[in-house]
Design a protein around this ligand. Structure first.
Ligand SMILES: O=C(O)CCC(=O)C(=O)O
Ligand SMILES: [Fe+2]
Length: 428
């Protein structure tokens, strides 16, 4: 039974910030300091065309959803999905079953939505007590650097979590298409989660308990052209909090970058493909077999870019932890159990930053040594100059050998030099 009181639930709020789209309409040649990243935090640039080898795997969902599970074609595609989720945490899906016409209609409506005059958008702007609507997310202080992006964020499922006033004020055709898109994405997310369960060896019943009536939210991102694209992020490096994210890249402009080991790889928009990535909750459920991977969006000087991210996560009211069937297989639970609602609320109450929330708060004792090192790394990266020496001394006195400008990288369990921008990784 749906609890009607759920509409009172607020997953978060964010400080109200100016519209970047409006700012970009003025012919500025420099961006305001609030968007300019420090030298060692700037994005790295290269499009997928000039990189050589690495590209995000592509999975054919028709093979998984419609071929005989006993066939070798099926098992080789399932294996491809499993490897992509383990080694990349990101992949693109083709033949996903969402019709081209729905994707086109939805795209058209989202494009016009961001073109609405400001007076219309104001009616749908975030309020101080909730981050749903037009605006930004994760802004917790006036000093914090801002992303070069306007977004519209809305909880779409389950129905009783919707802010009905926000829905009623949406342009009617957008509302209709959003409804259809949200239904299709839920179906798709559950289909992919079902295949993942098979690949991981999680019992179907447990997967249903976790994800049958999951919370779904949609974030529409508009990245205007930026006069200083080398200094700003469209979205800061982060991991997503949910179960799965399904991203629709509406334009051909590249911008999404995914961290693969210590490199950043650009995800080229493919016609009619969707990008899927593992979120923190799915990393927890998979007991760490699948990884929720850091990613970010860069911006360009002449082209704008639009994307729609749908976050599909577990049911309300649940305590989420590593799947029972996996703990039995692995003989260890690598993550603590967390109340989903608390996890989501705490995620939204802080600045968006790398993978710190998951690594610092939910890893179990067996992974804590790594978590402690990560905590020190984050503290140091937040103040890369100044007190660095002291921190290194304090880390060393605790038995950890930090050499100057070295960081611990939780992705490969090694120390690396921190001379590179963009969080210490390099681009392939
Ligand atoms: O626009 C993109 O490509 C990435 C957006 C994203 O990571 C997000 O909305 O969480
Ligand atoms: Fe994301």
């Amino acid at each position: 039974m749906e609890n009607q009181n759920n509409e009172a639930i607020n997953f978060g709020r964010s400080l109200i910030v100016p519209s970047v789209q409006e700012l970009a309409k003025q012919s500025i040649t420099k961006i305001p300091p609030r968007y300019v990243r420090q030298d060692n935090q700037k994005p790295l640039f290269k499009s997928s065309d000039d990189t050589s080898t690495l590209s995000v795997p592509v999975i054919d969902l028709h093979t998984l959803f419609s071929t005989d599970p006993g066939s070798s074609t099926y098992s080789s595609e399932l294996n491809k999905l499993h490897t992509a989720a383990k080694e990349w945490g990101f992949f693109q899906v083709i033949n996903h079953g969402i019709s081209e016409s729905l994707l086109e209609d939805f795209k058209r409506e989202v494009l016009s939505f961001f073109k609405l005059p400001m007076e219309e958008k104001q009616k749908l702007w975030q309020k101080e007590d909730s981050h749903e609507g037009f605006g930004q997310l994760f802004v917790v202080s006036e000093e914090q650097k801002l992303d070069w992006c306007d977004l519209f964020y809305v909880i779409t499922l389950p129905h009783n979590l919707r802010k009905s006033q926000l829905f009623q004020n949406l342009p009617p055709v957008l509302r209709k298409k959003l409804e259809a898109y949200s239904t299709e994405i839920k179906k798709l997310a559950k289909g992919i989660l079902g295949e993942m369960a098979k690949a991981l060896g999680i019992e179907g019943e447990e997967m249903s308990e976790l994800f049958d009536d999951g919370v779904q939210s949609i974030r529409m991102n508009y990245y205007p052209p930026c006069p200083e694209p080398e200094s700003a992020f469209g979205v800061s490096p982060h991991s997503d909090a949910g179960g799965l994210t399904i991203l629709y890249q509406l334009t051909e402009t590249e911008g999404l970058q995914v961290r693969k080991d210590r490199k950043w790889v650009s995800v080229k928009p493919l016609p009619n493909a969707l990008v899927v990535n593992i979120g923190d909750i799915m990393e927890i459920v998979s007991n760490g077999v699948y990884k929720s991977i850091e990613h970010c969006a860069t911006v360009q000087s002449t082209k704008d870019r639009l994307s729609v991210a749908t976050f599909y996560t577990s049911n309300m009211g649940l305590e989420v932890g590593p799947a029972r069937s996996l703990v039995a297989q692995h003989n260890v639970a690598n993550y603590r159990r967390v109340m989903f609602e608390e996890y989501y609320k705490s995620f939204f109450a802080r600045k968006l930053e790398a993978k710190t929330y998951l690594s610092l708060n939910v890893k179990s004792k067996s992974e804590n040594a790594q978590g402690e090192l990560e905590k020190k790394r984050v503290r140091r990266e937040q103040t890369p100059t100044g007190d660095d020496r002291k921190r290194i001394v304090s880390a060393t006195s605790e038995g950890i050998d930090f050499t100057d400008l070295s960081v611990f990288d939780p992705y490969d369990n090694k120390l690396h030099h921190l001379e590179d921008a963009h969080g210490g990784a390099t681009r392939d």
